[in-house]
Design a protein around this ligand. Structure first.
Ligand code: PHE
Length: 457
């Protein structure tokens, strides 16, 4: 049961490694699959302004809270709370994070598996020789075996990286994959915005429509910001525990948030103008489910000169973005099993990925053999999606800021983020004020509202 002494812990080796790993976690299906559609359907530029405000005023403070908890305790999400608040029930927040990891990874790995299927379809040429893309997706997702096999393949890839450890696995891979991702997105953006008719899409994306903004839009912007930054479940507590003591945590948090937001905006520039140029489907009618990426975009690629190459590049980058996110979620569970239950990394990785896969099978089968099975009116996939992103993450983020603001306290927090007084910044006190007073109220509203409004985040 012994907690491994901090001196023996694996850690990130460089500042860029920390950014690559944390931005790798943040940038994922949430940016490319979800953000473009949520933005365009909720007032374009108006949503963007709200979203960016939440990233800056809520997202960065929560991220900084998580990093500081993890780095101070030098432990996994569960162990961190136990160490920083001994003999209190705060460890339950860490436990909630472990459960959230299970819930997120089980449906996220299903979608990640779809990206591999589509990558293969794009490479083999099948994708661009299809006429009915809605049917193509339905045929695939209702098949019992193919989605499961891809999901297992994706979990296996995730497990390999996590098994290799922090420096030699997560850091090494994200340091290579994140720049590749940025370059590929850049290539597709250039193609997309130079298409005839793209200007309409760009306008649609950025011109604010304040009439589309209501209370629910505000809540959606906050929820999307939390999901996209990977905050609220201990991913960044776990990664924080691997960050060197001389790292400037506020700067790192800001850089990760900037990278994540830039990629979300670039993803919109990649997707929306292309849809305006080629698709006959009105953007307002698309649902934020599989629709956009797996049903509409393939038709766009088919109509586009050189579409095969862009289809291959797109599904490859989607898979990469998803992989650098899934490893961060699996690491939460692996670090817990390793440090709290004394398992080796190998054993912890196998147990975590196999048990998550079992839940993942249920998520995937909810499109085929289990499609008739509903709980609270939702199939297992939708339930896991809804419960994790909308409820568990927002409550997690709420508990984390309350913990730092009211339990860990000002002096411990400032001591940690200033590297024992070395970094002097007025921003540190401002951020603490936000963490103690503003963030709990704002997140509290969304967390409670999330229980009542379906499809919020
Ligand atoms: N941020 C990831 C995305 O946008 C999803 C994620 C959520 C990853 C929570 C880790 C933890 O796709």
């Amino acid at each position: 049961m012994a907690n491994i002494p901090s001196g023996n812990r694996d850690s990130f080796g460089s500042k860029f490694g920390v950014i690559a790993a944390a931005a790798g976690s943040a940038v994922g299906l949430g940016n490319i699959w979800r953000f473009p559609l949520v933005t365009t359907q909720n007032g374009g530029g108006a949503f963007l302004i709200l979203y960016i405000s939440f990233i800056v005023f809520i997202g960065i403070p929560v991220m900084l809270s998580e990093f500081s908890i993890g780095r101070r305790a030098q432990l996994n999400a569960f162990g961190s709370f136990k160490k920083l608040a001994p003999k209190t029930p705060w460890y339950l927040v860490g436990f909630l994070g472990i459960l959230t990891a299970f819930a997120i990874l089980s449906f996220y790995s299903a979608v990640a598996g779809w990206t591999l299927e589509y990558l293969v379809q794009a490479i083999s040429g099948k994708l661009l020789h299809t006429d009915d893309y809605v049917k193509n997706f339905a045929d695939f997702s209702t098949d019992v075996y193919r989605p499961l096999i891809w999901q297992m393949v994706f979990m296996f890839l995730t497990a390999i990286v996590v098994y290799a450890g922090i420096k030699k696995g997560i850091e090494k891979f994200t340091k290579i994959l994140m720049p590749v991702l940025v370059i590929l997105i850049g290539v597709v953006v250039v193609r997309s915005v130079s298409l005839p008719g793209a200007a309409e899409g760009i306008k649609y994306l950025f011109v604010p429509d304040w009439s589309a903004v209501n209370f629910k839009t505000v809540l959606m912007a906050l929820g999307q910001a939390a999901f996209s930054l990977s905050i609220g479940m201990g991913t960044l507590i776990t990664y924080g525990s691997y960050i060197q003591k001389d790292n400037h945590l506020l700067r790192t948090s800001s850089q990760v948030a900037l990278a994540d937001t830039s990629i979300a905006i670039l993803s919109s520039l990649m997707v929306i103008p292309a849809i305006f140029a080629f698709s006959s489907v009105s953007i307002d009618q698309m649902s934020p489910g599989p629709g956009l990426v797996f049903e509409v975009l393939p038709a766009v690629f088919k109509a586009m000169p050189g579409g095969v190459i862009f289809a291959v590049v797109f599904f490859f980058l989607l898979a990469v973005a998803a992989l650098t996110s899934t490893i961060s979620v699996l690491e939460v569970v692996v670090a817990y099993l390793k440090e709290e239950l004394g398992m080796t990394r190998g054993k912890a990785t196998i147990i975590a990925s196999v048990s998550i896969s079992v839940l993942g099978v249920l998520a995937t089968l909810s499109f085929s053999s289990l499609s008739g099975f509903h709980i609270f009116g939702l199939n297992i996939f939708d339930l896991l999606n809804f419960a994790s992103a909308n409820i568990m993450l927002t409550f997690g983020a709420l508990f984390i800021v309350v913990f730092v603001g009211w339990k860990l306290g000002k002096s411990n927090f400032l001591d940690e983020i200033s590297n024992k007084g070395e970094i002097k910044s007025v921003l540190h006190k401002i951020v603490f004020f936000i963490i103690r007073y503003i963030a709990p109220v704002a997140i509290g509203i969304i967390a409670v509202a999330a229980l009542f409004i379906k499809g919020l985040t």
